[in-house]
Design a protein around this ligand. Sequence first.
Ligand SMILES: [Zn+2]
Length: 148
Amino acid sequence: MRWKRAIRKIYVGAIQRRCPECERGGLFVNHFQMRATCAYCDARFFRDPGDAMGAVFINVVISELSALAGFFFVHQAIHPPMILQLLFWIPYVLLFSLWFYPIARGMWVAILYLTGGVYADLDYEREYITSYELLEEEEIGDSSIDIP
Ligand SMILES: [Zn+2]
């Protein structure tokens, strides 16, 4: 039952790209830009800039492993020259990781949710984070301003 729920949440985050909490709100504004919170349940998808590192790790590992598997499969099957292999697999890794980015990011948000890292802010936290984000958007600077 736990595994079914975990697989369902990862499917919702990675494939449907929806909030793992309510399964309704979208995770992304566009292919590369993620929403900070869910439009339906206010769950905050990431709390620290470092929260994206898990998604980067997933993306790099899956891109590299798929390229390695493809490289060795093609090498065994038709023995092409090494330069042709490199000319294909290096751009493949770059393009695959760009395409795979929202899937890895949604997968990571679902993993964060399953481990208790995605939840709605309390009211005072919401006010604090919102005012802080507004200050950053206006480029006033984050180190010189005291936030109550
Ligand atoms: Zn939600």
